[in-house]
Design a protein around this ligand. Structure first.
Ligand SMILES: [Zn+2]
Length: 480
């Protein structure tokens, strides 16, 4: 449940022993040599901890609400001094916290008991109410999600209750559709673009979740999606124009190329071409009403509207989705070669996939988008712009590239017939459920494999939930 931007005290502590009014009751170092705890200046629901001990060992903290310390951090080796953070605490709630060191010979040194009230989330961030919850299906963990507002975007972490535990403002005038976790598990990575879609401001930002220095990588002509490669390079979707003769008139179409560059690159660095989808897609044409639109930023027709670039470490390949061409394409990263295409007409053969896939009847995918995909499976959020009735859905396809066959193993259409015209998302959870984001509806919905709604986080309509990432552990974002 949400506790509101204005905060709520547990009522377990009057603050009477908070002698300097900063919301912190200093419990002292106890058995430790020294101890300080303070709210992180940048992330006010993170506690920064510094301790020293005369006896080395393993240090950790226990903490909890209502005076009950029923939660615990990981353990860290401490020789003499340790600087660390407590993550995953609910905004505006009052926590009881204690530090401990277990020495090599098994003695446990305890600090005094501290009390700290977490900072309030920014007042412009919407509340999420949990409207459905099946207690038998408690997944725990945390949800990273982008929130796209009119003038800026946020990257936030919500806990299982839908309460804010972390939030980061990506800056005024920026739009952030995509958040990912870094390979080292310590940071979120996000693609940041001009909210007005006029200027080329593309960047990929590495933001450590426990605070610390950002790394910004300039990604020219970037839009929608990117990934961190196994070589440590940043790969991204970049707009690319081609002119095509249509009835004797040179007509400009905007598609995509995949580029890469070293992290931290600035405007002076030259990216490397990884893959050119123009070489395998059909000749550009006005294939639907969306392609008729001319994009202000590129002055070309919005031909591909590439929106997804997903890396698969097992096969060292990546998924690319040209939304307006209704297909999901899988590419070998090292060779820059197309492996297969899942098309609207159900073909899987790359050669067949070069055919025009606008077919009569119900297309397999209609203006899709995805965040989870590999050589053998893709989970698709289908915007369904051209379906009749116009409604969005999610599907999971098992792929067998060897035999060029596919099977749809999961399909869910919103019972209220919601239509999500931008983004939307679907990711897998460890217990086999699917977590879905219904962007402009402000809904994040967990679905069981048989299509039952087991949990729903609901914010105001128009909230703009972007891509989602479920993580089991905030201390190691890349943990399974
Ligand atoms: Zn269209």
């Amino acid at each position: 449940m949400d506790h509101g931007a204005d905060g709520r005290d547990d009522g377990t502590d009057s603050g009477a022993d908070d002698d300097d009014g900063d919301g912190i009751v200093d419990g002292g170092p106890g058995d430790l040599a020294s101890l300080t705890m303070a709210l992180d200046e940048e992330f006010p629901s993170v506690i920064d901890v510094s301790l020293t001990t005369d006896r080395p060992g393993e240090a950790w903290l226990t903490y909890g609400l209502d005076g009950v310390m029923d939660q615990s951090t990981p353990r860290w080796t401490v020789d003499e001094a340790l600087d660390t953070s407590v993550l995953g605490l609910k905004a505006a709630r009052r926590y009881t916290v204690q530090a401990h060191v277990e020495t090599a010979d098994g003695d446990v040194l305890d600090s005094g008991v501290w009390k700290l009230t977490m900072g309030r989330r920014d007042g412009v961030l919407p509340a999420f109410d949990q409207t459905v919850d099946d207690p038998a299906r408690q997944e725990g963990g945390f949800l990273l999600v982008t929130l796209m507002q009119a003038d800026r975007s946020w990257i936030v972490a919500l806990d299982h209750d839908g309460d804010y535990v972390w939030w980061h403002n990506a800056g005024e005038g920026r739009v952030v559709p995509t958040v990912k976790v870094s390979a080292d598990g310590a940071s979120v990575l996000y693609g940041s673009y001009d909210n007005g879609q006029l200027e080329d401001l593309g960047e990929v930002v590495r933001q450590p979740i426990a605070g610390g220095e950002q790394v910004r990588t300039r990604t020219v002509m970037a839009h929608h999606d990117f990934f961190e490669g196994p070589d440590g390079l940043i790969y991204w979707l970049a707009y690319e124009n081609r002119d095509v003769d249509i009835d004797g008139v040179a007509t400009t179409f905007t598609g995509d190329v995949v580029l890469r560059i070293h992290e931290g690159a600035d405007d002076d660095a030259s990216p490397t071409l990884v893959w050119d989808p123009f070489t395998v897609l059909p000749e550009p044409s006005i294939s639907c009403s969306h392609v008729e639109e001319v994009m202000p930023s590129t002055r070309g027709h919005d031909w591909t509207h590439g929106n997804s670039l997903i890396y698969d470490p097992d096969s060292d390949g990546f998924v690319y989705v040209p939304r307006h061409l209704d297909r999901v394409m899988f590419v070998d990263r090292g060779r820059g070669e197309l492996r297969w295409v899942l098309g609207a007409d159900g073909t899987l053969d790359p050669a067949e996939g070069q055919e025009d896939v606008v077919v009569d009847g119900e297309p397999l995918v209609d203006h899709p988008h995805l965040s989870v995909g590999d050589e053998g499976m893709v989970a698709v959020f289908d915007n369904g712009d051209h379906r009749d009735p116009q409604a969005s859905s999610v599907s999971v396809f098992e792929i067998d590239a060897g035999s060029q066959t596919w099977e749809r193993t999961f399909h869910y259409t919103d019972p209220e017939g919601r239509f999500v015209p931008i983004l939307g998302d679907i990711v897998d959870l460890p217990d086999g459920d699917w977590l879905t984001s219904w962007t402009n509806s402000g809904l994040i919905v967990e679905l069981s494999p048989d299509g039952q709604v087991v949990r729903q986080l609901e914010a105001a309509v128009g909230t703009g939930t972007g891509r989602i990432v479920w993580v089991s552990d905030l201390y190691d974002l890349s943990a399974d």
